[in-house]
Ligand binder design. Sequence first.
Ligand code: ACO
Length: 378
Amino acid sequence: MAAEVYAGAVDKGLEGVVACTTKISFIVDATLTYRGYTIEDLAEHSNFEEVVYLLWENRLPNAEEFKAFKNEISEYLSLPADAIAALKALPVKDVHPMAWLRTAASTLALWDNEAQSTDPKAQKRVALRLTARMGMLVALFERVRQGKDFVPPKKDQSLAWNFLYMLNGTDPDEETVKVLDTCLILHADHELNCSAFAARVTSSSLSDIYSSVVSAISALKGPLHGGANEQVMLMLKDIGTVDNAKEWIKDALAQKKKVMGFGHRVYKNGDPRAKILRVMSEKLTKKSGEPKWYEMSKTIDDTVQNEKGLLPNVDFYSATVYYSMGIPIDLYTPIFAVSRVTGWLAHIFEQYSNNRIYRPRGQWEGPEGLKWKPLNQR
Ligand code: ACO
């Protein structure tokens, strides 16, 4: 055996590796674009459903197309009764909602008779169903956990409106819906992030859409990726007061701990989504009567920048935005999935349309030339 055949630079974490071409979203310096539109432009002027159309169809819809698209999503704002019964039977006590969501998304596939189809029209319907139903799953989990009845969504309302309605069982106010809608836009896609890559790897074997989405949910769950937003809020709670924040962070950094919500593989000059979320966090924490969460966050932001030169990523200020909206802390990452599923779907379709199976190599560094011996000789 010649282990050195593949010797050479190992790109640990695939840093700098360009694994595919894409037309969905792109990062240049501190700018993020979806299909060529900046995230600032979309966050200010667009809405989540329109952004989903943009991500999937490669252009913004006209009025007629947009109406038809929203109707198509609404059509799938329901779950088969048997599926609801099966999902309600899943354990929720001491179960992390992302673990539940991973199982629930996989379970939904069993009620979708088009789940295995390779017909593009059927695949589009699968994508619409997943988009409509991801928020329903998260809300169902929360209602079951609270011992409350599931609140079915209203077909004439947006995905953001319905998510809050299903979660709380009351009509949400316009401002809160707008905040959530903006968060959904900001989280919808992000080039070749860990979960989108996981989705693409699975779909590159020509596996089905649900399987690819389940891979992506599993990747998003980790604290180095989507799971960081929950960890940020837990950290803020642990710090407790604005006065404690600076020392707490300095101490954590001295112990070589990672501060959740900071750093990024690609952005070295700041994450544009964090800038938008910072403004939202300041406003919302004041409105909720708990400005200390923003003040603490800002102190942490300044301290991490001074001490390590690291800037906040999307997960840092989204934590206090969701907290101000009264959303349970362990639902922050599931909300990320409610939005990001649309980006994953765009990536899955792009992968199918120009596929080659992902199959990199590993650099061997184990022993060579070993010979098997019977049990009594080891
Ligand atoms: N806190 C403290 N130090 C950090 C942090 C952080 N948040 N992030 C990076 N560093 C340090 C590392 O310790 C390392 O230092 P060293 O060279 O002295 O060992 C250096 O910066 C490089 O860090 P890596 O982890 O190698 O950077 P990488 O590009 O592999 O990872 C990542 C990027 C995962 C985002 C990392 O910055 C991190 O773990 N951040 C905290 C978790 C987080 O917020 N994740 C969400 C990212 S956004 C998203 O996925 C939605």
